[in-house]
Design a protein around this ligand. Structure first.
Ligand SMILES: Cc1cc2nc3c(=O)[nH]c(=O)nc-3n(C[C@H](O)[C@H](O)[C@H](O)COP(=O)(O)OP(=O)(O)OC[C@H]3O[C@@H](n4cnc5c(N)ncnc54)[C@H](O)[C@@H]3O)c2cc1C
Length: 343
């Protein structure tokens, strides 16, 4: 691969590029600082028929093997106000911006809509991939469109909110377009007179414990950060990927059967026939919370979070996730699906 212009590293240790901090090597890693870099790198990848992976902050990726190909580390930067009225602001944000810093920037400007999504690690470009969500809010609620480079044609295309086919931790970029696009920016619409969503249990309780009746977006942002810091391990201190599994959506018939045996099984209706069940509750009830084998474990406060206590390999974490999946299937008849991308 010609080295002019591109920032290329060889035989790269990936432990600091992904938040589970497992050790794995990439044959090649290219820092993508501009659209030109991206296009040039993709041309080279095509020419060499190399395997490649687009990487943001690595908070939703688990490396279980060395990567025998090219990793494109997306660093595209820039936040642009496309339009501003008395009511709202339209922001175009480049894929390499840090998500949490974007939230803080918007909150400090009084622009509401993403304050509940504070402290989610990672970069902006990955946010639409699984339609990030937390504390009752999903990205899809503010997203106007996504700009992406189509890898085959090398053209930029814009996908409207509807075209993104958002669902719970889902989008077209994870399904039909998986591996076919690189997201370069997103546009979001934020409100200047926003009424924050404070319905989510833990958020509501802490706001009320603090005596805040009519919270501002800053109150909500600060409180979300407080709740998250009390519940979730900080990846810079303890390797993890946040929620390792999605919350399964099950048939109401199975839910009612399980409810006879497990009286406190929580369930949230999705449709008349489907109920969403917290994966964390299932894993906790099955007795996995605090489990540890070697350096691979299940977090002691949050059963949905698998952790690396130091030197666990990606394969060991994966093996643990497999054992949990099998156990949940055996005990509850429910198939857990991983939220984390296994590489
Ligand atoms: C402590 C912790 C808490 C978390 N809490 C939440 C939460 O509350 N809600 C939630 O939804 N998620 C949560 N996550 C998961 C994760 O933070 C999000 O999924 C985040 O959006 C991933 O961003 P990233 O930049 O790290 O993506 P990466 O992990 O780098 O990539 C994720 C996937 O997106 C692809 N990708 C990345 N960037 C691009 C791009 N520009 N174009 C095309 N494909 C791309 C990658 O190939 C990979 O398949 C949490 C993770 C951790 C570690």
């Amino acid at each position: 691969m010609p080295e002019q212009n591109l920032r290329i590293s060889k035989n790269v240790d990936l432990s600091s590029f992904a938040t589970m901090h497992v050790s794995a090597k990439a044959k090649t890693l290219i820092e993508i600082d501009s659209l030109e870099d991206l296009i040039q790198a993709l041309h080279e990848i095509k020419r060499e028929e190399a395997n490649f992976l687009i990487l943001g902050g690595g908070s939703n990726v688990l490396f279980v093997n060395d990567f025998d190909g090219v990793i494109l580390n997306i660093n595209l930067r820039g936040i642009e106000i496309l339009e501003e009225t008395d009511e709202q602001v339209l922001l175009k944000v480049a894929a390499g911006e840090n998500w949490h810093e974007l939230v803080l920037y918007c909150v400090s400007n009084g622009w509401g809509g993403i304050e509940n999504l504070a402290l989610i690690p990672g970069k902006v470009g990955a946010a639409p991939i699984q339609n990030i969500g937390a504390y009752g809010v999903e990205l899809s609620q503010v997203l106007v469109d996504v700009e992406a480079l189509m890898i085959e044609s090398m053209t930029l295309e814009t996908f409207s909110n509807e075209e993104c086919k958002f669902g719970y931790r889902e989008s077209i970029f994870k399904s039909d377009l998986k591996g076919k696009t690189v997201i370069t920016s997103i546009t979001i619409a934020l409100s200047k007179n926003h009424t924050p969503n404070t319905e989510y249990g833990a958020l509501k309780s802490l706001l009320s414990a603090k005596g805040i009746e009519n919270p501002t977006i800053k109150d909500v942002c600060d409180t979300v950060i407080e709740v998250r810091e009390s519940k979730l391990p900080d990846p810079s201190e303890l390797g993890n990927n946040g929620s390792f599994f999605k919350n399964p959506v099950i048939d109401v018939f199975l839910f009612n059967e399980l409810k006879k045996k497990y009286k406190d099984l929580p369930g949230y209706p999705v449709t008349e026939h489907l109920v969403k069940v917290p994966a964390g509750w299932l894993i906790d009830t099955a007795g996995w919370k605090g489990y540890r084998k070697g350096d691979a474990g299940v977090h002691e406060k949050q059963a949905l979070v698998l952790v690396n206590y130091g030197n666990a390999s990606g394969a060991q974490i994966y093996k643990l996730s497999e054992a949990i999946k099998q156990d949940i299937h055996q005990k509850f008849g429910i198939e857990l699906e991983r939220e984390v991308n296994i590489v």
